[in-house]
Design a protein around this ligand. Structure first.
Ligand SMILES: Cc1cc2nc3c(=O)[nH]c(=O)nc-3n(C[C@H](O)[C@H](O)[C@H](O)COP(=O)(O)O)c2cc1C
Length: 145
């Protein structure tokens, strides 16, 4: 099974750490959304979409990419890091992917430290070693999806 991960991470590169952990454990290719090409999707069986959560949602660049995708019946998974993970943060992404015909086979959420101007607000030290292990366990589960 060929797996592609498309992600957006910019605040503290928390989501990139998770994307890389999943990629390593699942033997997947991880690319930043700005480097991802719609036409490459046909080469993969399972596509993962990951983002930090910004004002309650994944980054808009992920949605812009999804808008350009052609409908399919492929499998997809979703992951995110956020200051305080909440189930609802994935709702819009889930809806948009489902509308394109994707079957969501897994979701993973992880705390991600947020900090501004040297202040740390939430989830200090995350993702930590345990979070990365959880991401890898999630990735292994995907292989049997
Ligand atoms: C502009 C901005 C808005 C954020 N909004 C939320 C939010 O609504 N809920 C939340 O739990 N965390 C929020 N956070 C925290 C981020 O989701 C968290 O730090 C995440 O791990 C950042 O991912 P990244 O380092 O991959 O960019 C926000 C962070 C930034 C910079």
């Amino acid at each position: 099974m060929k797996i592609l991960i498309i992600y957006k991470s910019y605040h503290r590169m928390n989501t990139e750490k998770i994307a890389k952990a999943i990629a390593e454990a699942a033997g997947a290719t991880a690319v930043k959304v700005k480097d991802a090409h719609i036409e490459d999707l046909t080469n993969y069986d399972l596509i993962g979409f990951g983002s930090g959560i910004y004002a309650g949602k994944p980054h808009r660049s992920i949605f812009t990419f999804i808008e350009k995708m052609t409908p399919t019946d492929k499998k997809a998974f979703i992951f995110s890091t956020s200051g305080e993970p909440k189930e609802e943060y994935h709702r819009l992404l889930r809806e948009k992917l489902t509308a394109k015909g994707y079957h969501i086979v897994g979701e993973f959420q992880c705390p991600g430290q947020a900090g501004f101007l040297g202040f740390t607000f939430t989830s200090k030290g995350h993702p930590d070693e345990k979070d990365l292990q959880n991401a890898q366990a999630f990735a292994k589960g995907l292989l049997s999806a």
